[in-house]
Design a binder for this molecule. Structure first.
Ligand code: NAD
Length: 484
C-alpha cells in the first residue's frame, strides 16, 4: 500500500473480502484533487449479510473469557504496528494531514484498543456483583452482559481513531460489529477488517461495509439485527440515525457536532492563551468536533491578545504532507472546502471584521486549501458565531465579567468541549463547574487519553465514549434475584 497506488476498496464480510455491487465512488486526495482509489458501494443486501455474520459470531465471541478476547485485541494492535508506516502514508494521502497528526491518529488507535484489552481482562472478575440490601428471604446480584451485535457509522475527520474508540469497548464487552467508514475516507478504517484477519479473529466478529450514508449507512441504522448504533458525525445525521433506530428501539450512542468556547480571563498568560487558541482551532485544519472556535476574551486584554494571535497565524505553514515544515494541510474534501469558503462569503455579507485570512489560499492552484482566518467583534447573531464551520476559522467576542463569560460560553445548542485560560485556580474550578460541556481544558492543549471520557451535553450527543463509561455503553445490566 502506498500513497500513489490506486486501491480498490472492498468490504470485509463474514471473513471474506467482497466487492460491492453499487455505485462506483472515487476517493480523492485533497491536496491534488485526484482520485487515489475507488470502491463500489455496499448494497442493503451486503449490509444484511454483514449483520447476519455478526449475529452468527456473537455467541462464540461473547462466551470467550475476557482474557481471550484481550489476546485477540492485542494481536490486532500488533498487526497495526506492523503496517504503521503504510497506514500513516494512507492517512496523509486521504486526509492531507501533517505527518505528526497522521501518526497520532494511528498510534492513538493502538493505545485505545490496548487500553480496552486491559478492561476486557478485568471484566472476568467484575461480571457478577452481589447487591447489598436487606429484604428477608431475598438476595440479588447484577450481571454485565454484552449488548449483542452492534453497528458503527463513522466520520472522515479522524479515520481509524474514532473507530478505535468504539471498537475497543465493543470487543472488550463481547459484542460483534459491523463498521461503516465515511465514504470520504474509507482506507484506514477498512484496515480494521485486515487487522481482524491478520490477528485471526473468529469469522464475523468484525465486518466492514463501505458506502454512502444514504444507502449503506441507512441500511445499517435501520437493520433490526443490531442492538446498537454507535454514531459519530454531524448533529443533523445523528437525528436521522436516532429516528431510524427508534423503529425497533435500538440503543444509540451519538457523538455529534460542537461549537466550543475558549474563555481567556484578564489574568491569563497571553502567550499561552494565544497558543492554545490557535491550536484549538487549527489542529486537523479546524476539522475537529471539539475545535474551540469561539474565543471569549476579557475586554481589557483584547488588543494585546489579538496582536499575539496574528503572530501565531503568521507562523502557520500551509502545505501538503510533503511540504517541509508544514503545519496545516487542506480541508479534507470538496464539500468541506465549499462549506468553509461559504462561511467566509457569509462573513463578507455580514460585514464581519476580518483581521487576517478570510478567503481561499490563493498560492495553491489545486487542493482544498483555505486561509486560517480570524474575525473579531463578531455579533452574537452572526451565523459564524452560531453555526459549526469545521475549518480554521476563529471568531472573537469580548466579555466584561465572569458571569457574562459563562453565560456566553453556554449560549449555544452544543456542549462538547470548552477551554479556560486563567492563572487563578479557584476561578478555573468555579468556571469549569458551570460550563455545559463534556470535557473542559484548563490552561492545557486538548488531549483525549482513553482513560478519560468523551461525549457531549445538549445537541453534541448522547452517551460517553472512552474510560469505564465507554465500556458501559456496550454492556446490558441484568439483575438476578433469588430466594435466600
Ligand atoms: P456526517 O454526519 O455527514 O457523516 C457521518 C457518517 O454518517 C458518514 O459515514 C456518513 O456516510 C453517514 N451518514 C450520512 N447520512 C446518513 C444517514 N441518513 N443514515 C446513516 N448514515 C448516514 O458527518 P461528517 O461530515 O462525516 O463528520 C463531521 C461531523 O462529525 C461534524 O459535525 C463533527 O463535529 C462531528 N464529529 C463529532 C465527533 C464527536 O466526538 N462528538 C467527532 C468527530 C466528528
Amino acid at each position: 500500500m502506498g500513497a500513489n497506488d490506486v486501491i480498490i476498496e472492498k468490504n470485509f464480510c463474514n471473513g471474506q473480502w467482497e466487492a460491492g455491487t453499487g455505485t462506483r465512488i472515487a476517493v480523492i486526495n485533497p491536496c491534488t484533487e485526484q482520485p487515489i482509489g475507488h470502491f463500489n458501494e455496499a448494497s442493503a443486501e451486503l449490509v444484511d449479510k454483514a449483520v447476519t455474520a455478526a449475529n452468527t459470531a456473537f455467541p462464540g465471541w461473547s462466551n470467550l473469557k475476557g482474557s481471550e478476547r484481550a489476546a485477540y485485541m492485542r494481536k490486532m494492535t500488533a498487526a497495526i504496528g506492523d503496517n504503521f508506516e503504510d497506514l500513516v502514508i494512507m492517512q496523509m494521502a486521504n486526509c492531507g494531514k501533517p505527518r505528526g497528526e497522521a501518526e497520532a491518529d494511528i498510534s492513538g488507535s493502538v493505545d485505545c484498543i490496548n487500553y480496552f484489552a486491559d478492561r476486557a481482562e478485568e471484566l472476568d472478575e467484575k461480571r457478577q456483583t452481589p447487591v447489598d440490601y436487606d429484604i428477608p428471604g431475598y438476595r440479588s446480584s447484577t450481571r454485565l452482559e454484552p449488548m449483542g451485535p452492534v453497528g458503527f457509522i463513522l466520520p472522515w475527520n479522524f479515520p481509524m481513531k474514532i473507530c478505535a474508540w468504539k471498537l475497543g469497548p465493543a470487543l472488550a464487552a463481547g459484542c460483534t460489529v459491523v463498521i461503516k467508514p465515511s465514504e470520504i475516507t474509507p482506507f484506514t478504517d477498512t484496515f480494521w477488517g485486515k487487522a481482524a484477519e491478520l490477528a485471526g479473529l473468529p469469522v464475523g466478529v468484525i465486518n466492514v461495509v463501505n458506502g454512502t450514508g444514504a444507502i449503506t449507512g441507512a441500511a445499517l441504522s435501520e437493520h433490526p439485527g443490531l442492538r446498537k448504533i454507535s454514531f459519530t458525525g454531524s448533529t443533523r445525521t445523528g437525528k436521522h440515525i436516532m429516528k431510524a433506530a427508534a423503529e425497533d428501539v435500538k440503543n444509540v450512542g451519538l457523538e455529534l457536532g460542537g461549537k466550543s468556547p475558549i474563555v481567556v480571563f484578564e489574568d491569563a498568560n497571553l502567550d499561552l492563551a494565544a497558543r492554545l487558541a490557535v491550536e484549538g482551532v487549527f489542529y486537523n485544519s479546524g476539522q475537529c468536533c471539539n475545535a474551540t472556535c469561539r474565543l471569549l476574551v476579557h475586554e481589557s486584554i483584547k488588543d494585546q491578545l489579538t496582536e499575539k494571535l496574528i503572530g501565531e497565524y503568521q507562523a502557520v505553514v500551509l502545505g501538503t504532507p510533503q511540504t517541509p515544515d508544514m503545519t496545516m494541510g487542506p480541508l479534507a474534501s470538496k464539500p468541506q472546502y465549499d462549506k468553509v469558503t461559504g462561511y467566509q462569503d457569509i462573513a463578507r455579507e455580514e460585514g464581519l471584521n476580518c483581521v487576517i485570512g478570510g478567503g481561499r489560499a490563493a498560492e495553491f492552484n489545486t487542493g482544498y486549501f483555505v486561509e486560517p482566518t480570524l474575525y473579531t467583534d463578531v455579533p452574537k447573531s452572526s451565523r459564524l458565531w452560531q453555526e459549526e464551520i469545521f475549518g480554521p476559522v476563529l471568531c472573537l467576542r469580548t466579555f466584561t465579567d465572569e458571569a457574562e463569560a459563562i453565560a456566553e460560553a453556554n449560549d449555544t445548542e452544543y456542549g462538547l468541549a470548552a477551554s479556560i485560560v486563567t492563572e487563578d485556580d479557584e476561578r478555573a474550578e468555579r468556571v469549569a463547574a458551570q460550563l455545559e460541556a463534556g470535557h473542559i481544558y484548563n490552561n492545557v492543549s486538548v488531549a483525549i487519553p482513553p482513560e478519560t471520557s468523551w461525549g457531549g451535553f445538549k445537541q453534541s450527543g448522547i452517551g460517553r465514549e472512552l474510560g469505564p463509561w465507554g465500556l458501559a455503553g456496550f454492556l446490558e445490566v441484568k439483575t438476578v434475584t433469588s430466594r435466600q
